[in-house]
Design a protein around this ligand. Structure first.
Ligand code: C5P
Length: 223
């Protein structure tokens, strides 16, 4: 079974996807971490992020790997071409750069292929922007998870503080997620959009547990 969770930055996708995967005994795939890894590699190689050919070549060359502790759906390490980028992909610099990289069709083609290959390996909760529309249009459960800008910025600040990486300045984080959503929603290839058959879940006034329960109930109904 595939459970697709799409939505804008900071809607709680990672937390919810991990908890749902844990409860159902599924694997978890964070596709945002893959786009972030390509942005990191491109910056490290001194590539011009707007240069589609250069960044696309990086996406075609380097495989992204997730390492897991036994029984934990959340990866303990993210690697690209053997480099451990677990913390490096969560910085404000990557937040600022990733949407330019993810707008390139050749980057998306390379990563969508990797994502489909991974998803064939079992039951997955996959989080991203285009999972229900492009990566897994036949997913059994499709959720579009959203929340108000302010709720999302508050959560992202708390998450950054907990991880010890990224900005903890509310206004800076709010400006970044608004700008990033605008770029992700307006790009020509696989924009952030709710799939026709996805269930809209607004998490602004819900607890994380309410959201998790709702998604697990949808999975139970399809099992
Ligand atoms: O989910 P996260 O905030 O880590 O995603 C980082 C960025 O990666 C998004 O802002 C978006 O530009 C890109 N992304 C995407 N398609 C996905 C997942 C992420 O374009 N499926």
């Amino acid at each position: 079974m595939i459970i697709a969770i799409d939505g804008p930055s900071g809607a709680g996708k990672s937390t919810v996807a991990t908890a749902v995967a844990r409860r159902l005994g599924f694997h978890c795939l964070d596709t945002g971490a893959m786009y972030r890894s390509i942005a990191w590699k491109a910056i490290q190689q001194g590539a011009d992020l707007a240069d589609e050919a250069a960044v696309g070549a990086i996406a075609q060359t380097f495989d992204i790997a997730f390492e897991h502790e036994e029984g934990d759906p959340r990866p303990s390490r993210v690697l690209i071409g053997g480099d451990d980028v677990t913390a490096a992909i969560r910085t404000a610099e990557i937040d600022r750069s990733v949407s330019v990289v993810s707008a390139h069709p050749s980057v998306r083609a390379a990563l969508v292929e990797q994502q489909r290959r991974i998803a064939e390996g079992g039951d997955y909760v996959i989080e991203g922007r285009d999972i229900g529309t492009v990566v897994c249009p036949n997913a059994e459960v499709k959720v579009f998870l959203t929340a108000t800008n302010e709720a999302r910025a508050r959560r992202r600040v708390a998450q950054n503080a907990e991880r010890g990486v990224g900005s903890v300045d509310f206004e800076e984080v709010l400006a970044d997620i608004i700008r990033r959503d605008e770029l992700d929603s307006s790009r020509a290839t696989a924009p952030l959009v709710q799939a026709d058959d996805a269930v809209l879940v607004d998490s602004s006034d819900k607890t994380i547990n309410e959201v998790i329960d709702a998604i697990c109930a949808m999975a139970d109904a399809r099992a």
